[in-house]
Design a protein around this ligand. Structure first.
Ligand code: OAA
Ligand code: MG
Length: 165
């Protein structure tokens, strides 16, 4: 759903990491023991609002945490993705490929992210960490059909609606 206050809503396809065992200050070497599985996620982002917040040094809450801002796939058990550092993600808008990338291109590894985040915020069972998006983000419009996938693992599709309340 496109919030009324944005004119530039972008898709960001991302691998989500589902935490199975909580912890604080988790060392990188133990980080994968805290993972229960994965999910395919869309970090829908109101880019115009985010840019405005960035320029004012404000938090991005309204850009990234509006109702329906984060569609999430079914839960994918850890065993189904033995190497999360090397999976291909893709996203199509109206059947046109917009994003395609491999998690090997990520700047920070999953163990690094878990360790870093848990130094500041205690992770709990069920927490979902979005790991960042590959290149190709672009704007969506009402009625667009989004289809996304993790190659050989899962696909999901959504239709973009406009907020009407
Ligand atoms: O929106 C941003 O600036 C960053 C972001 O979520 C991503 O790279 O996935
Ligand atoms: Mg993102």
């Amino acid at each position: 759903m496109v919030p009324l206050y944005t004119n530039n809503l972008h898709h960001e396809v991302e691998l989500g990491v589902v935490i199975g065992k909580g912890g604080t200050s988790i060392p990188q070497a133990a980080a994968m023991e805290h993972v229960a599985g994965y999910a395919l996620c869309l970090d829908m982002t109101a880019r115009d609002i985010q840019d405005e917040c960035k320029s004012k040094g404000l938090p991005w809450t309204l850009a990234k945490a509006f109702n329906t801002s984060c569609p999430v796939s079914e839960f994918i058990p850890k065993e189904r993705i033995p190497d999360p550092g090397s999976v291909n993600l893709w996203l199509k808008v109206n059947d046109k490929l917009r994003q395609s990338g491999c998690t090997s291109q990520m700047i920070f590894s999953i163990p690094y992210l878990i360790s870093y985040i848990s130094d500041f915020i205690t992770l709990e069972e069920g927490d979902l960490i979005l790991t960042g998006t590959p290149k190709g983000v672009s704007a969506v419009q009402e009625h667009d059909e989004l289809q996304a996938g993790i190659e050989d693992v899962v696909t999901m599709s959504f239709r973009v609606d406009r907020q009407d309340y």
